[in-house]
Write a new protein. Structure first.
Length: 499
Protein backbone atom coordinates (compact mmCIF):
# COMPACT_ATOMS: atom_id res chain seq x y z
CA UNK A 1 0.00 0.00 0.00
CA UNK A 2 1.21 3.48 -0.84
CA UNK A 3 2.33 5.61 2.14
CA UNK A 4 2.27 9.40 2.17
CA UNK A 5 5.04 10.69 4.43
CA UNK A 6 6.03 14.14 5.58
CA UNK A 7 8.03 16.66 3.53
CA UNK A 8 10.54 18.39 5.79
CA UNK A 9 13.72 20.22 4.94
CA UNK A 10 13.33 19.70 1.21
CA UNK A 11 12.95 15.92 1.31
CA UNK A 12 10.58 13.10 2.21
CA UNK A 13 10.76 12.16 5.89
CA UNK A 14 9.17 8.92 7.02
CA UNK A 15 6.66 9.08 9.86
CA UNK A 16 8.15 8.14 13.21
CA UNK A 17 5.06 8.05 15.41
CA UNK A 18 3.91 4.65 14.18
CA UNK A 19 0.43 6.07 13.62
CA UNK A 20 -1.17 6.10 10.18
CA UNK A 21 -4.51 7.15 8.80
CA UNK A 22 -6.43 5.60 5.89
CA UNK A 23 -6.89 7.42 2.59
CA UNK A 24 -9.88 6.19 0.60
CA UNK A 25 -10.84 6.37 -3.05
CA UNK A 26 -14.36 7.84 -2.66
CA UNK A 27 -15.54 6.32 -5.95
CA UNK A 28 -14.82 2.74 -4.85
CA UNK A 29 -14.78 2.97 -1.06
CA UNK A 30 -11.41 1.20 -1.05
CA UNK A 31 -8.50 2.27 1.14
CA UNK A 32 -5.72 2.92 -1.36
CA UNK A 33 -3.14 4.77 0.73
CA UNK A 34 -2.03 5.36 4.29
CA UNK A 35 -0.76 8.68 5.57
CA UNK A 36 1.71 9.17 8.40
CA UNK A 37 0.29 11.02 11.41
CA UNK A 38 2.85 13.19 13.15
CA UNK A 39 3.51 13.28 16.87
CA UNK A 40 4.13 16.55 18.72
CA UNK A 41 7.85 15.74 18.59
CA UNK A 42 7.74 15.41 14.80
CA UNK A 43 5.93 18.73 14.55
CA UNK A 44 8.61 20.33 16.67
CA UNK A 45 11.34 18.89 14.45
CA UNK A 46 9.70 20.42 11.39
CA UNK A 47 9.36 23.77 13.12
CA UNK A 48 13.05 23.76 14.02
CA UNK A 49 13.95 23.10 10.39
CA UNK A 50 11.71 25.98 9.30
CA UNK A 51 13.16 28.22 12.01
CA UNK A 52 16.68 27.55 10.78
CA UNK A 53 15.69 28.17 7.15
CA UNK A 54 14.13 31.50 8.13
CA UNK A 55 17.50 32.87 9.20
CA UNK A 56 18.51 32.94 5.53
CA UNK A 57 15.17 33.13 3.68
CA UNK A 58 13.89 36.01 5.81
CA UNK A 59 16.92 38.06 4.75
CA UNK A 60 16.81 37.06 1.08
CA UNK A 61 16.24 39.63 -1.62
CA UNK A 62 12.88 40.15 -3.27
CA UNK A 63 14.55 39.33 -6.57
CA UNK A 64 15.67 35.94 -5.25
CA UNK A 65 12.19 35.13 -3.96
CA UNK A 66 10.35 36.14 -7.11
CA UNK A 67 12.80 34.18 -9.27
CA UNK A 68 11.73 31.04 -7.42
CA UNK A 69 8.05 31.96 -7.59
CA UNK A 70 8.08 32.54 -11.33
CA UNK A 71 9.74 29.15 -11.82
CA UNK A 72 7.19 27.61 -9.47
CA UNK A 73 4.30 29.09 -11.40
CA UNK A 74 5.64 27.53 -14.61
CA UNK A 75 6.02 24.10 -12.98
CA UNK A 76 2.52 24.21 -11.53
CA UNK A 77 1.13 25.09 -14.94
CA UNK A 78 2.99 22.20 -16.54
CA UNK A 79 1.76 19.77 -13.88
CA UNK A 80 -1.91 20.81 -13.73
CA UNK A 81 -3.17 17.41 -14.85
CA UNK A 82 -0.94 15.47 -12.46
CA UNK A 83 -2.10 17.54 -9.49
CA UNK A 84 -5.74 17.25 -10.59
CA UNK A 85 -5.42 13.47 -10.86
CA UNK A 86 -4.22 13.26 -7.25
CA UNK A 87 -7.17 15.39 -6.14
CA UNK A 88 -9.68 13.23 -8.00
CA UNK A 89 -8.18 10.00 -6.67
CA UNK A 90 -8.41 11.03 -3.02
CA UNK A 91 -11.18 13.63 -2.89
CA UNK A 92 -13.43 12.28 -5.64
CA UNK A 93 -14.26 15.49 -7.48
CA UNK A 94 -14.40 15.31 -11.26
CA UNK A 95 -11.21 16.06 -13.18
CA UNK A 96 -12.47 19.32 -14.69
CA UNK A 97 -13.39 20.58 -11.23
CA UNK A 98 -9.96 19.59 -9.92
CA UNK A 99 -8.33 21.49 -12.78
CA UNK A 100 -10.39 24.53 -11.85
CA UNK A 101 -9.14 24.25 -8.29
CA UNK A 102 -5.53 24.29 -9.47
CA UNK A 103 -6.25 27.32 -11.68
CA UNK A 104 -7.67 29.31 -8.76
CA UNK A 105 -4.65 28.43 -6.65
CA UNK A 106 -2.36 29.59 -9.44
CA UNK A 107 -3.92 33.05 -9.19
CA UNK A 108 -2.36 33.48 -5.75
CA UNK A 109 1.02 32.24 -6.95
CA UNK A 110 0.81 34.90 -9.66
CA UNK A 111 0.00 37.51 -7.00
CA UNK A 112 3.04 36.33 -5.04
CA UNK A 113 5.19 36.76 -8.15
CA UNK A 114 4.40 40.48 -7.92
CA UNK A 115 5.41 40.77 -4.26
CA UNK A 116 8.06 43.36 -5.14
CA UNK A 117 5.39 46.01 -5.62
CA UNK A 118 3.15 44.72 -2.82
CA UNK A 119 5.87 45.17 -0.19
CA UNK A 120 6.80 48.72 -1.10
CA UNK A 121 6.92 50.89 1.99
CA UNK A 122 6.16 54.55 2.64
CA UNK A 123 8.48 57.51 3.13
CA UNK A 124 7.89 60.99 4.45
CA UNK A 125 10.83 63.33 4.08
CA UNK A 126 11.60 66.39 6.18
CA UNK A 127 8.96 65.84 8.82
CA UNK A 128 11.26 67.96 10.95
CA UNK A 129 14.70 69.46 10.46
CA UNK A 130 16.61 66.76 8.53
CA UNK A 131 14.23 64.08 9.88
CA UNK A 132 12.66 61.44 7.62
CA UNK A 133 10.10 58.79 8.58
CA UNK A 134 9.71 55.50 6.70
CA UNK A 135 7.29 52.61 7.13
CA UNK A 136 8.28 49.10 6.09
CA UNK A 137 6.81 45.61 6.38
CA UNK A 138 8.83 42.60 7.49
CA UNK A 139 8.11 38.85 7.72
CA UNK A 140 6.90 37.22 10.92
CA UNK A 141 9.12 34.12 10.97
CA UNK A 142 7.71 30.59 10.99
CA UNK A 143 4.00 30.46 10.12
CA UNK A 144 1.59 27.55 9.74
CA UNK A 145 -1.43 26.64 7.65
CA UNK A 146 -4.11 24.06 8.47
CA UNK A 147 -6.20 23.25 5.41
CA UNK A 148 -9.43 21.30 4.67
CA UNK A 149 -10.17 18.25 2.55
CA UNK A 150 -12.44 19.93 0.03
CA UNK A 151 -9.71 21.89 -1.79
CA UNK A 152 -6.47 20.03 -1.09
CA UNK A 153 -4.44 22.10 -3.58
CA UNK A 154 -6.22 25.46 -3.84
CA UNK A 155 -6.48 26.37 -0.16
CA UNK A 156 -2.81 25.59 0.59
CA UNK A 157 -1.93 27.78 -2.40
CA UNK A 158 -4.05 30.54 -0.88
CA UNK A 159 -1.58 30.53 2.01
CA UNK A 160 2.01 29.48 1.51
CA UNK A 161 2.93 31.32 -1.74
CA UNK A 162 2.20 34.69 -0.15
CA UNK A 163 3.76 33.66 3.15
CA UNK A 164 7.08 32.63 1.60
CA UNK A 165 7.04 35.56 -0.85
CA UNK A 166 6.89 37.84 2.20
CA UNK A 167 9.97 36.10 3.62
CA UNK A 168 8.40 33.64 6.07
CA UNK A 169 8.94 29.91 6.26
CA UNK A 170 5.87 27.68 6.31
CA UNK A 171 4.52 24.52 7.95
CA UNK A 172 1.52 23.08 6.07
CA UNK A 173 -0.78 20.60 7.84
CA UNK A 174 -3.19 19.42 5.12
CA UNK A 175 -6.23 17.25 5.61
CA UNK A 176 -5.31 13.66 6.32
CA UNK A 177 -8.23 12.58 4.08
CA UNK A 178 -6.50 13.64 0.82
CA UNK A 179 -2.84 14.41 1.57
CA UNK A 180 -1.02 13.64 -1.68
CA UNK A 181 -1.65 16.95 -3.47
CA UNK A 182 0.12 18.87 -0.68
CA UNK A 183 3.27 16.79 -1.08
CA UNK A 184 3.20 17.31 -4.83
CA UNK A 185 2.98 21.08 -4.34
CA UNK A 186 5.98 20.98 -2.01
CA UNK A 187 8.03 18.80 -4.36
CA UNK A 188 7.42 21.19 -7.24
CA UNK A 189 8.42 24.14 -5.04
CA UNK A 190 11.73 22.44 -4.30
CA UNK A 191 12.20 21.77 -8.01
CA UNK A 192 11.60 25.47 -8.65
CA UNK A 193 14.48 26.32 -6.35
CA UNK A 194 12.76 27.03 -3.04
CA UNK A 195 15.45 26.40 -0.40
CA UNK A 196 15.12 23.39 1.90
CA UNK A 197 13.06 24.12 5.00
CA UNK A 198 11.14 27.10 3.61
CA UNK A 199 8.04 24.98 2.83
CA UNK A 200 7.36 21.89 4.93
CA UNK A 201 4.40 19.50 4.96
CA UNK A 202 3.51 17.71 8.18
CA UNK A 203 0.60 15.28 8.03
CA UNK A 204 -1.47 14.51 11.07
CA UNK A 205 -4.66 14.72 13.06
CA UNK A 206 -5.63 16.64 16.19
CA UNK A 207 -2.29 15.81 17.83
CA UNK A 208 -0.40 17.66 15.11
CA UNK A 209 -2.88 20.54 15.05
CA UNK A 210 -2.67 21.11 18.80
CA UNK A 211 1.13 20.99 18.62
CA UNK A 212 1.13 23.71 15.97
CA UNK A 213 -1.30 25.90 17.90
CA UNK A 214 0.81 25.78 21.06
CA UNK A 215 4.31 25.87 19.57
CA UNK A 216 6.22 28.94 20.79
CA UNK A 217 8.20 29.31 17.56
CA UNK A 218 5.15 29.64 15.29
CA UNK A 219 4.14 33.27 14.87
CA UNK A 220 0.87 32.91 12.96
CA UNK A 221 -1.70 30.30 11.97
CA UNK A 222 -4.02 30.27 8.94
CA UNK A 223 -7.00 27.93 8.91
CA UNK A 224 -9.93 27.04 6.66
CA UNK A 225 -12.62 24.63 7.85
CA UNK A 226 -15.83 24.38 9.84
CA UNK A 227 -17.01 27.10 12.22
CA UNK A 228 -16.60 25.08 15.47
CA UNK A 229 -13.00 24.19 14.56
CA UNK A 230 -12.27 27.73 13.35
CA UNK A 231 -13.47 29.09 16.68
CA UNK A 232 -11.25 26.58 18.53
CA UNK A 233 -8.24 27.44 16.35
CA UNK A 234 -8.71 31.15 16.93
CA UNK A 235 -9.21 30.84 20.66
CA UNK A 236 -6.35 28.42 21.25
CA UNK A 237 -3.74 30.00 18.97
CA UNK A 238 -4.57 33.51 20.19
CA UNK A 239 -4.15 32.35 23.78
CA UNK A 240 -0.62 31.31 22.80
CA UNK A 241 0.11 34.76 21.42
CA UNK A 242 -0.23 33.98 17.73
CA UNK A 243 -1.73 35.97 14.92
CA UNK A 244 -4.73 34.00 13.55
CA UNK A 245 -6.93 34.01 10.49
CA UNK A 246 -9.51 31.24 10.81
CA UNK A 247 -12.14 30.93 8.08
CA UNK A 248 -15.19 28.96 9.18
CA UNK A 249 -18.38 27.54 7.70
CA UNK A 250 -21.17 29.06 5.69
CA UNK A 251 -24.80 29.00 4.71
CA UNK A 252 -24.73 31.01 1.51
CA UNK A 253 -27.99 32.47 0.20
CA UNK A 254 -29.07 33.47 -3.28
CA UNK A 255 -31.87 36.02 -3.35
CA UNK A 256 -33.94 35.83 -6.55
CA UNK A 257 -36.18 38.81 -7.26
CA UNK A 258 -39.31 38.63 -9.44
CA UNK A 259 -37.63 40.54 -12.29
CA UNK A 260 -34.68 38.13 -12.54
CA UNK A 261 -33.87 36.03 -15.59
CA UNK A 262 -35.18 32.78 -14.12
CA UNK A 263 -33.33 30.55 -16.56
CA UNK A 264 -30.04 32.19 -15.65
CA UNK A 265 -30.95 32.01 -11.96
CA UNK A 266 -31.80 28.30 -12.20
CA UNK A 267 -28.56 27.55 -14.07
CA UNK A 268 -26.62 29.44 -11.40
CA UNK A 269 -28.42 27.73 -8.52
CA UNK A 270 -27.68 24.25 -9.87
CA UNK A 271 -24.02 25.04 -10.59
CA UNK A 272 -23.45 26.74 -7.25
CA UNK A 273 -25.35 24.22 -5.12
CA UNK A 274 -24.19 20.97 -6.65
CA UNK A 275 -20.73 21.74 -8.05
CA UNK A 276 -17.97 19.91 -6.16
CA UNK A 277 -20.86 17.82 -4.76
CA UNK A 278 -21.69 20.77 -2.52
CA UNK A 279 -18.45 20.28 -0.58
CA UNK A 280 -17.34 23.91 -0.62
CA UNK A 281 -17.81 26.81 1.74
CA UNK A 282 -18.95 29.05 -1.12
CA UNK A 283 -21.71 26.71 -2.30
CA UNK A 284 -25.17 28.22 -2.57
CA UNK A 285 -27.14 26.07 -0.15
CA UNK A 286 -30.22 28.31 0.23
CA UNK A 287 -32.22 30.01 -2.51
CA UNK A 288 -34.59 32.72 -1.31
CA UNK A 289 -37.37 33.14 -3.90
CA UNK A 290 -39.26 36.43 -3.66
CA UNK A 291 -42.91 36.72 -4.64
CA UNK A 292 -44.75 34.74 -7.26
CA UNK A 293 -41.74 33.31 -9.10
CA UNK A 294 -41.01 30.57 -6.55
CA UNK A 295 -42.95 27.73 -8.20
CA UNK A 296 -41.47 28.43 -11.62
CA UNK A 297 -37.95 28.74 -10.23
CA UNK A 298 -38.21 25.46 -8.32
CA UNK A 299 -39.44 23.68 -11.45
CA UNK A 300 -36.54 25.03 -13.49
CA UNK A 301 -33.99 23.99 -10.84
CA UNK A 302 -35.50 20.50 -10.64
CA UNK A 303 -35.45 20.05 -14.42
CA UNK A 304 -31.75 20.92 -14.55
CA UNK A 305 -30.75 18.94 -11.47
CA UNK A 306 -32.33 15.77 -12.82
CA UNK A 307 -29.98 15.89 -15.83
CA UNK A 308 -26.71 16.06 -13.85
CA UNK A 309 -24.60 12.94 -14.47
CA UNK A 310 -23.03 11.50 -11.32
CA UNK A 311 -20.09 9.15 -11.57
CA UNK A 312 -16.39 8.58 -10.87
CA UNK A 313 -14.28 11.71 -11.05
CA UNK A 314 -11.93 10.22 -13.62
CA UNK A 315 -14.81 9.56 -16.04
CA UNK A 316 -14.86 12.53 -18.49
CA UNK A 317 -18.65 12.30 -18.75
CA UNK A 318 -19.21 12.71 -15.00
CA UNK A 319 -20.41 16.11 -13.82
CA UNK A 320 -20.45 15.33 -10.09
CA UNK A 321 -18.46 12.80 -8.10
CA UNK A 322 -18.92 11.07 -4.73
CA UNK A 323 -18.56 12.56 -1.27
CA UNK A 324 -15.29 12.30 0.61
CA UNK A 325 -16.26 9.56 3.10
CA UNK A 326 -19.14 7.18 3.76
CA UNK A 327 -19.73 8.80 7.15
CA UNK A 328 -20.09 12.22 5.56
CA UNK A 329 -22.41 10.78 2.90
CA UNK A 330 -24.64 9.33 5.62
CA UNK A 331 -24.68 12.63 7.54
CA UNK A 332 -25.72 14.57 4.43
CA UNK A 333 -28.44 12.00 3.71
CA UNK A 334 -29.85 12.39 7.22
CA UNK A 335 -30.81 16.02 6.52
CA UNK A 336 -32.82 14.98 3.48
CA UNK A 337 -34.50 12.07 5.25
CA UNK A 338 -35.59 14.32 8.11
CA UNK A 339 -36.67 17.28 5.99
CA UNK A 340 -40.32 16.34 5.48
CA UNK A 341 -40.89 15.87 9.21
CA UNK A 342 -39.64 19.45 9.70
CA UNK A 343 -42.05 20.96 7.20
CA UNK A 344 -40.16 20.88 3.89
CA UNK A 345 -41.37 19.56 0.55
CA UNK A 346 -38.84 17.05 -0.78
CA UNK A 347 -38.78 17.80 -4.50
CA UNK A 348 -35.72 15.64 -5.20
CA UNK A 349 -34.40 12.95 -2.87
CA UNK A 350 -30.82 11.92 -3.66
CA UNK A 351 -30.41 9.46 -0.82
CA UNK A 352 -29.86 5.85 -1.75
CA UNK A 353 -28.18 6.73 -5.03
CA UNK A 354 -25.58 4.30 -6.41
CA UNK A 355 -23.44 4.03 -9.54
CA UNK A 356 -23.32 0.74 -11.44
CA UNK A 357 -19.96 -0.94 -10.99
CA UNK A 358 -19.06 1.33 -8.08
CA UNK A 359 -21.67 0.27 -5.55
CA UNK A 360 -19.32 0.72 -2.57
CA UNK A 361 -18.51 4.33 -3.44
CA UNK A 362 -19.63 7.25 -1.29
CA UNK A 363 -22.52 8.18 -3.56
CA UNK A 364 -25.43 10.49 -3.02
CA UNK A 365 -27.71 12.08 -5.56
CA UNK A 366 -28.88 15.68 -5.82
CA UNK A 367 -31.54 16.75 -3.34
CA UNK A 368 -33.89 19.73 -3.60
CA UNK A 369 -35.99 20.86 -0.63
CA UNK A 370 -38.75 23.45 -1.06
CA UNK A 371 -40.66 25.52 1.53
CA UNK A 372 -37.85 25.01 4.01
CA UNK A 373 -38.38 26.57 7.44
CA UNK A 374 -35.68 28.67 9.06
CA UNK A 375 -35.83 26.60 12.28
CA UNK A 376 -35.21 23.28 10.47
CA UNK A 377 -31.93 21.38 10.66
CA UNK A 378 -31.48 21.46 6.90
CA UNK A 379 -31.48 25.25 7.00
CA UNK A 380 -29.62 25.95 10.22
CA UNK A 381 -26.65 23.61 9.67
CA UNK A 382 -23.92 23.70 7.07
CA UNK A 383 -24.72 20.43 5.29
CA UNK A 384 -21.65 20.48 2.99
CA UNK A 385 -23.26 18.26 0.40
CA UNK A 386 -25.50 18.40 -2.71
CA UNK A 387 -28.63 19.59 -0.91
CA UNK A 388 -30.33 22.83 -1.97
CA UNK A 389 -32.95 24.48 0.24
CA UNK A 390 -35.54 26.86 -1.18
CA UNK A 391 -37.16 29.42 1.11
CA UNK A 392 -39.94 31.80 0.13
CA UNK A 393 -40.58 35.42 1.04
CA UNK A 394 -43.09 37.96 -0.21
CA UNK A 395 -40.76 40.97 -0.44
CA UNK A 396 -37.14 42.00 -0.95
CA UNK A 397 -37.04 43.37 2.60
CA UNK A 398 -38.19 40.05 4.06
CA UNK A 399 -35.54 38.23 2.05
CA UNK A 400 -32.74 40.48 3.24
CA UNK A 401 -33.92 40.19 6.85
CA UNK A 402 -33.97 36.39 6.54
CA UNK A 403 -30.42 36.30 5.18
CA UNK A 404 -29.08 38.76 7.74
CA UNK A 405 -30.57 36.71 10.57
CA UNK A 406 -28.24 33.82 9.71
CA UNK A 407 -25.24 33.43 12.02
CA UNK A 408 -23.08 32.87 8.94
CA UNK A 409 -21.92 35.64 6.65
CA UNK A 410 -19.55 34.11 4.14
CA UNK A 411 -20.99 34.81 0.70
CA UNK A 412 -24.32 35.72 -0.83
CA UNK A 413 -25.80 36.66 -4.20
CA UNK A 414 -28.73 38.50 -5.71
CA UNK A 415 -30.29 37.82 -9.09
CA UNK A 416 -32.13 40.79 -10.56
CA UNK A 417 -32.25 43.13 -13.55
CA UNK A 418 -32.77 46.14 -11.25
CA UNK A 419 -29.56 48.07 -10.61
CA UNK A 420 -31.10 49.98 -7.74
CA UNK A 421 -32.12 46.79 -5.95
CA UNK A 422 -28.66 45.31 -6.51
CA UNK A 423 -27.02 48.42 -5.09
CA UNK A 424 -29.21 48.29 -1.99
CA UNK A 425 -28.46 44.60 -1.55
CA UNK A 426 -24.69 44.94 -1.66
CA UNK A 427 -24.83 47.65 0.99
CA UNK A 428 -27.51 46.16 3.25
CA UNK A 429 -26.49 42.51 3.28
CA UNK A 430 -24.31 41.26 6.14
CA UNK A 431 -21.77 39.08 4.35
CA UNK A 432 -18.15 39.41 3.40
CA UNK A 433 -18.55 38.52 -0.29
CA UNK A 434 -21.47 39.55 -2.49
CA UNK A 435 -22.38 38.52 -6.02
CA UNK A 436 -24.69 40.45 -8.32
CA UNK A 437 -25.95 37.90 -10.85
CA UNK A 438 -22.84 35.93 -9.89
CA UNK A 439 -23.69 32.89 -7.72
CA UNK A 440 -20.23 32.15 -6.28
CA UNK A 441 -18.52 35.50 -5.68
CA UNK A 442 -15.03 34.18 -4.92
CA UNK A 443 -12.73 37.19 -5.44
CA UNK A 444 -9.85 37.12 -7.88
CA UNK A 445 -6.42 36.70 -6.33
CA UNK A 446 -5.60 40.39 -5.90
CA UNK A 447 -8.71 40.97 -3.79
CA UNK A 448 -9.20 39.21 -0.45
CA UNK A 449 -11.47 36.28 0.42
CA UNK A 450 -13.34 36.13 3.71
CA UNK A 451 -16.70 36.30 5.41
CA UNK A 452 -18.35 37.99 8.37
CA UNK A 453 -19.91 36.79 11.61
CA UNK A 454 -19.38 33.07 12.33
CA UNK A 455 -17.67 32.58 8.97
CA UNK A 456 -14.43 34.33 10.03
CA UNK A 457 -12.44 34.51 13.24
CA UNK A 458 -9.60 37.01 13.26
CA UNK A 459 -9.04 40.39 11.66
CA UNK A 460 -7.62 39.42 8.27
CA UNK A 461 -9.22 37.86 5.23
CA UNK A 462 -7.16 35.42 3.20
CA UNK A 463 -4.93 36.26 0.19
CA UNK A 464 -4.98 39.64 -1.60
CA UNK A 465 -3.85 42.68 0.39
CA UNK A 466 -5.19 41.20 3.63
CA UNK A 467 -3.06 38.10 3.11
CA UNK A 468 0.09 40.14 2.61
CA UNK A 469 -0.64 42.19 5.73
CA UNK A 470 -1.33 39.01 7.69
CA UNK A 471 2.06 37.51 6.85
CA UNK A 472 4.00 40.71 7.59
CA UNK A 473 4.24 43.24 10.39
CA UNK A 474 4.83 46.96 10.15
CA UNK A 475 7.82 48.90 11.35
CA UNK A 476 8.27 52.66 11.36
CA UNK A 477 11.77 54.15 11.25
CA UNK A 478 12.50 57.78 12.16
CA UNK A 479 15.90 58.99 10.93
CA UNK A 480 17.95 62.15 11.46
CA UNK A 481 21.31 62.63 9.77
CA UNK A 482 23.38 65.72 10.55
CA UNK A 483 24.30 67.90 7.62
CA UNK A 484 28.00 67.37 6.90
CA UNK A 485 28.61 71.13 6.96
CA UNK A 486 27.31 71.59 10.50
CA UNK A 487 28.80 70.76 13.84
CA UNK A 488 27.06 68.14 16.04
CA UNK A 489 23.94 69.46 17.77
CA UNK A 490 25.03 68.34 21.22
CA UNK A 491 22.93 66.75 23.91
CA UNK A 492 19.27 67.67 24.30
CA UNK A 493 17.34 65.80 26.98
CA UNK A 494 14.04 67.48 26.14
CA UNK A 495 11.13 66.07 24.17
CA UNK A 496 11.95 65.88 20.41
CA UNK A 497 11.00 69.12 18.65
CA UNK A 498 8.88 68.37 15.56
CA UNK A 499 8.01 71.97 14.74
Amino acid sequence: MKTVNHWIGGKTVEGASGNYGPVTDPATGEVTTQVALASAEEVDAAVQVAKEAYLTWGQSSLAARTKVLFAYRALLDANRDAIAELITAEHGKVHSDALGEVARGLEIVELACGITTQLKGELSTSVSNRVDVSAIRQPLGVVAGITPFNFPAMVPMWMFPLAVACGNTFILKPSEKDPSAANKLAELAAEAGLPAGVLNVVHGDKVAVDALLAHPDIAAVSFVGSTPIARHIHTTASAHGKRVQALGGAKNHMLVLPDADLDAAADAAVSAAYGSAGERCMAISAVVAVGSIADTLVDKIRERAEKIKIGPGNDPTSEMGPLITAAHRDKVASYVKGAADQGADVVLDGTGYTVDGFENGHWIGLSLLDNVKTDSDAYRDEIFGPVLCVLRTETYEEGVALINASPFGNGTAIFTRDGGAARRFQLEIQAGMVGVNVPIPVPVGYHSFGGWKDSLFGDHHIYGNDGIHFYTRGKVVTTRWPDPSEAPLGIDLGFPRNH
